[in-house]
Design a protein around this ligand. Structure first.
Ligand SMILES: N[C@@H](CCC(=O)N[C@@H](CS)C(=O)NCC(=O)O)C(=O)O
Length: 221
């Protein structure tokens, strides 16, 4: 059985889950408390990070490498297009969300509002939360600008860039930290991706002791 070691509200794990589901690959999900850095976990991934995917006898880490491998080996549906220029744009945007958006928004807000509570590491630092909530405005405006010209973030077809972005936004939406009224384009885009069957398992997620926000699983939000 394929197995994904993950944490529920990790954007990197969610990007891999969306890719697996879109490719119809079944996996057993195993919650990994990566911050405890158990010897078994470090044997699976010496980098000490999730996601780790056990797939066809391989142990795989690094979400982008995993998703690109799955896309190269399972043809349908294509998440990274054929033309080099289009591939470039998908990868640029995956980098945008997994590096820039993560550093400026996801990691700041999630650390303060979720991980400190889960790991009993004290109270949220409101300055960090504020900084994250301020930065997300610029990112939503940037997505709005992209979506003025495109049906999906990287072009006319859904791609891994959409999954990367949706993975981050869905973590924040779980704790109600996305202002969907800021951009109709972004709201419509999220409604479209959220209604895909691949999204279902994410919408059913519940973190013990932390219920999702009321609109989190609503397709009409
Ligand atoms: N570049 C990695 C980043 C993964 C990552 O940072 N995962 C976090 C959880 S969201 C983690 O495991 N952090 C542990 C650490 O940095 O030591 C990927 O795309 O898989």
């Amino acid at each position: 059985m394929n197995r994904l070691y993950h944490v529920t509200l990790s954007p990197f794990c969610r990007k891999v889950r969306l890719t697996l589901a879109e490719k119809r690959i079944e996996v057993e999900l195993v919650e990994e408390r990566y911050w405890e850095q158990s010897p078994e976990f470090l044997r699976r991934n010496p980098a000490g990070k999730v996601p780790v995917l056990r797939y066809n006898g391989m142990l795989m880490s690094e979400s982008q490498a995993i998703c690109e491998y799955l896309d190269e080996t399972i043809a349908q549906p294509r998440l990274i297009p054929e033309r080099a220029e289009e591939r470039y744009e998908v990868r640029r945007l995956c980098g945008w969300f997994d590096d820039k958006f993560n550093a400026e928004v996801t990691s700041r807000i999630m650390r303060e509002r979720v991980w400190k509570k889960v790991r009993k590491e004290g109270y949220p630092d409101s300055r960090m939360v504020k900084a994250g909530l301020s930065a997300i405005k610029f990112h939503i405006d940037y997505m709005d600008w992209l979506l003025n010209e495109r049906r999906w973030l990287a072009g006319d077809n859904m791609s891994l860039a959409d999954f990367a972005a949706a993975a981050h936004l869905s973590c924040l939406d779980y704790i109600s930290d996305v202002d969907w009224n800021r951009s109709e384009n972004v709201k419509d885009w999220y409604a479209k991706i959220k209604s895909r069957p691949a999204f279902r398992s994410l919408l059913a997620d519940q973190l013990p002791g932390m219920m999702p926000s009321p609109q989190y699983a609503e397709l009409d939000f």
